[in-house]
Structure formats: structure tokens, C-alpha cells
Design a binder for this molecule. Sequence first.
Ligand SMILES: [Fe+2]
Length: 150
Amino acid sequence: MNTIMSESYPYIIQPEDIHTGITGIDQEHQILVNMLNIASEQLTDDCGRLSNEEIIRDLLSYALYHFDNEEALMLEYQYPTAEREKHVREHRDFSTSVAQLRLAANKGKRVTREELLNFLKAWFVKHISGTDKQLAIFLGKLDPSLSSKA
Ligand SMILES: [Fe+2]
């Protein structure tokens, strides 16, 4: 049996799928993608909820840190208010959804690994390829030094 093609992680998100072109943002997205890929391997359906809780908490806290950085860039570069408010609302909706999932899980509701991963993957890909990409284009025009050389 040829095992050369086997991968250690299923790679539920490929970095190139969420490239925005702004170096700092892409580096943080890369960390989020790595965390998500590792979580997809480590999350279990039937093991103790405590270990799952830790994985979700770490992902959420890094996501919040990253949202803060994006929001600081929006203010620094005076991103138009309507776009900024829409973008920030998406970040807040994400936090609310994750908080609701955690609350439901803590109350004993069975949140499946698949349910959680599908939600996270869909949210990140949609948000990054749409809302973040729009911000990245704005920032790249205003300050080319923020753009990746690739
Ligand atoms: Fe964002």
C-alpha cells in the first residue's frame, strides 16, 4: 500500500483559499487555519468535553485577538464607517455564535465535532474571502507596504 499521499492532518482549510494579500492579516489567518486544522484532528465526539472545551477556548481567544488587530487597522487607516461597522458586526456575530455553542455544550447539549468544524470552516472561508478581502484591498491601495511581496 502506498502511503506517500497520506497527510497527518485532514487540512480542512488550505491557506491559499483565504489569502488576502496583507502580510500581517495573512500571518494571523495562517495561525487560525493551523489551529483549526489541528483542532479537526484533536476534537472528539465522545471523549471528555473538557479537552474539547480547551481547544474551542484557545481558538476563540486567538480569533478575538486577531479581530482586535483587524479592527485597529480599520481605525488607523480610516476605513469607511459603514464598511467598518458591517465588518465589526460579523466579528461580534461570530463570538456570539461560538459562545452559544459553548453554553449549549456546557448545559449538556451534544454539539458534534462535525457541527462545530463545519460552522468554523464555513464562517472563516466566507468572512475572509469576502469581508476581509475587501478590507485588504482598501489597505493595500492606501499603504502598499502592508502588502505581501508574493
Ligand atoms: Fe475580519
